[in-house]
Ligand binder design. Structure first.
Ligand SMILES: [Zn+2]
Length: 136
């Protein structure tokens, strides 16, 4: 369902954010797809525009959610039409996965316990998986 007040999609019948009764989303309903720091939101908007997806962005500070900010970092909310939501989600994922690899480059290697984006790949590589012997 879709909440026209919060521009959110959710599974329930009633908006978990404001309690309003949701309705089925229409193609041109703008949906909240992303909440990012302003600099990343700007990059996201560029990518979306390149793909011909129209997006609306607003500062979260205007959205009366100051308790969530607290840190002084301004967050930007990005909305895209429902019809473009899936594509926009995929683009965002691709964009920020790529960014994570570049920016999360911790040199020194003293803190191995840090979350490592390669961890899952390494596990897969370590497990050759010859579990299925035909016979002996
Ligand atoms: Zn709502």
């Amino acid at each position: 369902m879709y909440c026209p007040n919060c521009h959110r999609l959710f599974e329930e019948d009633v908006c978990p954010e404001c309690g309003a009764l949701g309705r089925r989303p229409k193609e041109d309903d703008y949906c909240l797809m992303s909440r990012r720091e302003a600099i990343w939101a700007g990059m996201l908007a560029d990518v979306l525009k390149q793909e011909g997806i129209e997006c609306i962005q607003e500062s979260e500070e205007g959205a009366a959610m100051r308790t969530l900010i607290g840190t002084g970092l301004g967050y930007t909310l990005t909305y895209v039409p429902y019809s473009d939501l899936e594509r926009a989600d995929a683009l965002e994922e691709a964009l920020f996965n790529a960014e994570a690899v570049v920016t999360d480059d911790a040199e020194g290697g003293e803190e191995d316990s840090e979350r490592d984006p390669d961890d899952m790949e390494q596990k897969a590589a370590l497990d050759p998986g010859p579990a299925s012997d035909p016979e002996e």
